[in-house]
Design a protein around this ligand. Structure first.
Ligand code: KIV
Ligand code: ZN
Length: 392
């Protein structure tokens, strides 16, 4: 057992900004406010409630959330453009604690085809806009967009420029979900070692899930020393989404000794938060999604069910009740064994002798071969029939 104190990882929730960029996931301002309250209850450290310049509705939502939420830091999001910065400064003016998040592309492909600017021009914009924002807000986060396809030399240069201009949080996004975990972690290690001024700033990870690696990449960044991680509830976001809040929070909670870190997330609110966001966005959750999916704590295989009934730790590494999820269920289906059937009918107060169980088991398997799940009502009907047959 490692007795070293655990390092705190700050959870930055961007469900209401990057998450809302998921195709078809639009939220109305009042829905954003309700979700922001829930995020504060969940214990996230920072909430990015939207993109104030993008619409009057988003501006109003960011403003209302800044006025109401006192326990989390509020982040105003802006391109490296004066009008965006002004809107983000105004929308977050009443926040108890706030930061501004400025981004600017850094990879050649973005510079050549999207911004159509040279590296020198991009460095000048970054310096000028961060200095401008810094006049109004002390905590400035800067993100070199598409950082993982940028190349070390220019990445160091733009980060150094951002630090000189006054940024105190450097977020290095894997914008297109391209990085592999060892690469992403090593990139932070190199940046922290080689960029002048890096010892004076905090680092943040922001991962997309195009290759299904967002959580693994975020963990690699944590191992490399970042203190902030940007996440969304249910992993919603552009394309395949962002790093999932509940998956990362539970990876840390379950393996905190191995990772040496902890978060302030109140895991008992994870499930209700996930349900709320799924409903508000009309985004169904995949049955097999870790932590919050319907099947995440359900067991069908007979061998697993048998083990669980003897000791839950045989096939469960987390206690679903601690996440606010109703006790994990054993699904009765064609893989279930006698032990699970006996246990389930026992929950209804029915004690079966061996002959009754054997008879029940045969008819149970006949039904289970025809349908995915055998429901409790059907099981109880079978119990009655089996009892009758054995008595005859
Ligand atoms: O994915 C991304 O690059 C972003 C930045 C703007 C942080 O969302
Ligand atoms: Zn993003």
């Amino acid at each position: 057992m490692n007795n070293k104190p655990l390092r705190k990882i700050r959870m930055f929730d961007t469900t209401l900004r990057d998450g809302e960029q998921a195709p078809g996931a639009m939220l109305r301002p009042e829905q954003k406010i309700t979700i922001a309250r829930q995020l504060a209850k969940l214990g996230v450290d920072t909430i990015e409630p939207g993109f104030p310049i993008s619409s009057p509705g988003d501006f109003a939502a960011v403003q209302q959330i800044s006025r109401e939420i006192r326990t989390a830091e509020i982040c105003g999001f802006a391109r490296s453009v004066k009008a965006d910065i002004d809107a983000a400064v105004q929308a977050t003016a009443d926040a108890e604690r706030r930061r501004l998040h400025l981004f600017l592309s850094s990879s050649n492909i973005h510079l050549d085809f999207q911004l159509r600017k040279s590296r020198e021009q991009v460095l000048a914009i970054a310096y000028e806009m961060i200095s401008y924002a810094r006049q109004f807000v002390e905590r400035i986060e800067f993100s070199p967009m598409d950082a993982t396809r940028t190349g070390d030399e220019f990445l160091y240069e733009i980060i150094e420029t951002a630090i000189r201009a006054g940024a105190s949080i450097i977020n290095i996004p894997d914008t297109v979900g391209y990085a592999l975990p060892d690469e992403y972690g090593a990139m932070f290690t190199r940046v922290m070692k080689n960029v002048r001024g890096s010892d004076k700033v905090e680092f943040s990870a922001h991962c997309h899930n195009d290759l299904g690696l967002a959580v693994a990449n975020s963990l690699a960044a944590i191992r490399a020393g970042v203190t902030h991680v940007e996440v969304t509830v249910n992993g919603v976001g552009e394309r395949a989404g962002n790093c999932s809040l509940e998956e990362l929070a539970m990876a840390i909670e379950t393996r905190k000794e191995a990772l040496g870190v902890e978060t302030d997330i109140r895991v008992e609110h994870l499930y209700e938060t996930s349900q709320m966001v799924s409903r508000a966005m009309s985004f169904p959750i995949a049955f097999n999604k870790p932590i919050v999916g319907r099947n995440a704590f359900q067991h069908e295989a007979g061998i697993h069910q048998d083990g669980l009934l003897k000791n839950r730790n045989t096939y469960e590494i987390m206690d679903p009740e601690k996440l606010g999820i109703p006790r994990s269920m054993i699904i009765l289906g064609k893989h279930s064994g006698r032990h699970a059937i006996k246990h389930r009918v026992g929950q209804y107060g029915v004690e079966l002798n061996e002959a009754q169980l054997e008879s029940l088991y045969v008819s149970f398997k006949e039904i289970a071969d025809k349908q995915k799940v055998v429901y409790d009502q059907q099981l109880l009907e079978l119990v009655g029939q089996a009892a009758g047959r054995v008595l005859e």
